[in-house]
Design a protein around this ligand. Structure first.
Ligand code: GLA
Ligand code: ZN
Length: 681
């Protein structure tokens, strides 16, 4: 990957077009002085780069790149297509997306561009080619960022035509579409592709009335189509660039973490040389450390390679409310991102904006350009990371994978069914339960190779087909341990109910059948080898070729199995027939992981442990996300904190502090001796 020979690299987003030219040199110098080596620019500067259609003015950008390069900063160049200029909108008002209510947002913000509008595509080709021609062989530019945070649904006529074409390619015959969507229901049959409209926008929240909810097959295909539109749009840009740039320049796009549910990031990232993403921990409404951690692991899981954080929060920010990191959290969250696989962090943004809607996004410098606390903290972080150059060889270690899936996500958007089944929240609860035990976790999309994992957890997968079923079965047959959450295999890929025993395509490997389901208002206790409560959603299981790990204590399914397990050779397949509470998740995971011999830790709630593998050794990041000091002990010999310097087998971690622990010689020696003994024995 680009320039990994520099250890963990730090940088910032800089907008030369927003500041007087006389200031650029000072900014470049301040960046270099503080220890930065990367600067991203250009991603919103279309109006300055192409002030009139076909007239390009890139000399100013060239000058800016030059100033920064002279100070040793490599440039990440953004294609500016997230912010089309007025001339394009004036000439082609149809480039602006249409909301579901037929309202056009208009000029004056950003992302006012429909990924299927021909005029937008033509203008994109022009500006991207012009930039590629000018900077594609420039060794001051190390990487390209395509557009900025792609996403947004559009209901315009271009999208409608493109959707019809997309459907025609997919189904070829209208009859197959009718069958697949089940248009016999409510006389929804289509005779012609041109009769197909776009689905109503959003489902009614659980508990509301959904009289106008669209056909689920149509709604699912529309979501896939929207996602594909962005994947195609990104590919269009990356293909243009690839033909123009030298191979050393890498192509990326800044994704929005795990929680952005509209674009299939597995497909989007396939075209990219590396994944980068935008990380704003303070924007998380729950403030739990597990949510940014989940995003980070999911972003690394897309290519199962290290990533860049293209925007890392540096200060207070927010539109309606200014979310404010506590003192020390900028550094803490940076280490968290690095621990989860970031090899470069670019802080957002260098200087607080004087104008525009992001005046409340505090940068490294204040709006008036003065250097203050955030600059100094950044400097200390740069110094620290320079000493920790071994981190460039650190890889996240994970024997556990959490599997997620975009079709399932889309289907649950259309038919939420029960709040206790929400895709993102359910994935997060399982992920958090694993991480609280100190386990390293890969978060990977459906279709990923699972063979390296000891345990695979599938918290939320309503959409299953024969291939998914066969892959998961093969994983168990090969000795893997599989845990599947409720509401699995209830839809096929066209969103139809499968003509099979539920969970469809998984019933055999699990050895069960789901015979009834219920939304429940009060939690129901479950008891057995695993204990706790099922809350919100419960399922009745017929245990055919499995054993019950827990049974319902009361409720309509009292006495029946709530959690089942089928052992098969060395492998095992567990089904959790309801939304388990934290006690269920923890006791189940302790049982399963304990049996597998995975190393489990007793950790205080606010403490995150990140296992890494580095130059043949095990390392641990220990992050105290709470604002009280915490004590932790590691049983396995003594450890050296590579950040603070202490050597011990127990540590006090002050609030918002970080340790990076490496086994100390004695511990390592002892283990080496033990291993020798094992070999000798
Ligand atoms: C996104 C965008 C940035 C900026 C930040 C603010 O990540 O990419 O341009 O708007 O949000 O948080
Ligand atoms: Zn559109």
């Amino acid at each position: 990957m680009a320039a990994s020979d520099h250890g963990i690299r730090l940088g910032v987003a800089y907008y030369p077009e927003q500041w007087p030219r006389e200031r650029w040199a000072l900014d470049a110098q301040l960046m270099a002085d503080v220890g930065l080596s990367l600067v991203r620019m250009g991603e919103f500067a279309w109006a300055q780069l192409e002030p009139e259609p076909g007239r390009f003015e890139a000399a100013w950008l060239d000058d800016a790149i030059d100033l920064f390069a002279r100070r040793g900063l490599d440039v990440v160049l953004g294609t500016p297509t997230a912010a089309p200029p007025l001339w394009l909108v004036r000439e082609h008002p149809d480039v602006v997306p249409l909301a579901a209510d037929r309202h056009r947002v208009g000029f004056g913000n950003r992302r006012h561009c429909c990924p299927n509008a021909p005029a937008f595509l033509a203008a994109t080709d022009r500006i991207v080619s012009a930039l590629g021609e000018r900077f594609g062989h420039d060794d001051r530019v190390c990487a390209w960022q395509i557009d900025n945070e792609l996403g947004g649904r559009c209901y315009c006529d271009h999208c409608r035509s493109a959707f019809r074409l997309w459907l025609e390619r997919k189904y070829e015959q209208i009859e197959l579409l009718n069958e697949s969507w089940g248009t016999a229901f409510w006389s929804q049959r289509y005779d012609d592709w041109d009769d197909i409209g776009l689905p109503a926008p959003d489902p009614v929240p659980p508990g509301g009335f959904a009289r106008r909810a669209p056909n689920p097959g149509l709604a699912l295909d529309f979501r896939r189509f929207t996602s594909d539109s962005y994947v195609r749009y990104e590919r269009r840009q990356s293909e243009l660039l690839r033909a123009l740039i030298r191979p050393e320049q890498q192509i990326t796009h800044n994704l929005m973490g795990f929680y952005f549910p509209e674009v299939d990031y597995a497909s989007l990232s396939a075209e990219l040389d590396f994944v980068s993403w935008d990380n704003y921990p303070s924007l998380d409404p729950t403030r739990s450390w597990t949510r940014p951690a989940l995003s980070a692991d999911a972003m690394r899981g897309l290519k199962r390679r290290r990533v860049w954080v293209m925007e890392q929060q540096v200060g207070p920010l927010g539109w309606e409310y200014v979310h404010t990191p506590r003192r020390g959290q900028m550094r803490l969250h940076s280490y968290q991102a690095i621990g989860h696989g970031a090899e470069a962090l670019l802080f957002f943004r260098w200087r607080t904006a004087r104008f525009g809607t992001e005046q409340n996004w505090y940068g490294v410098l204040d709006a008036n350009g003065t250097v203050g606390r955030r600059y100094e903290e950044l400097g200390r972080l740069c110094d620290e990371l320079r000493r920790l150059d071994l981190l460039e060889d650190a890889e996240a270690e994970a024997e556990v994978a959490v599997l997620y899936d975009y079709d399932s996500r889309f289907v649950l958007q259309v038919q939420p069914t029960n709040a206790a089944l929400a895709h993102e929240a359910t994935i997060h609860r399982w992920y958090a339960a694993l991480r609280r035990l100190g386990l390293g976790v890969d978060v990977v999309p459906r279709g990923s190779d699972l063979s390296a994992y000891r345990l695979v957890v599938v918290p939320s997968m309503p959409v299953v087909d024969g291939t998914v079923g066969a892959d998961l079965t093969a994983y168990v047959d090969a000795g893997g341990t599989l845990v599947i959450g409720p509401h699995a295999g209830v839809r096929d890929p066209s969103s139809a109910a499968p003509l099979r025993r539920l969970p469809a395509w998984l019933d055999q490997v699990l050895g069960i059948e789901v015979t009834d389901v219920a939304s429940i208002d009060d939690p129901v206790d479950v008891h057995g080898l695993v204990s706790g409560a099922i809350d919100g959603w419960s399922e009745e299981l017929a245990v055919l070729d499995a054993t019950a790990l827990a049974r319902y204590v009361d409720g309509d399914f009292a006495g029946g199995a709530a959690i089942s397990e089928r052992r098969h050779g060395d492998g095992s397949a567990v089904y959790v027939g309801g939304a388990g509470d934290d006690a269920v998740l923890e006791s189940l995971l302790r049982t399963v992981c304990g049996r597998l011999g995975l190393p489990l830790f007793e950790l205080p709630n606010d403490v995150e442990l990140i296992p890494l593998r580095c130059r043949g050794e095990r390392l641990f990041f220990v992050l105290n996300h709470g604002d009280r000091e915490q004590r932790i002990g590691l049983s396995d010999g003594t450890w050296r904190d590579l950040i603070g310097g202490a050597v011990n087998d127990r540590f006090i971690v002050p609030k918002f502090e970080v340790l990076l622990l490496r086994p100390e010689e004695t511990g390592r020696q002892r283990r080496a001796e033990e291993e020798e003994a094992v070999v000798a024995g």
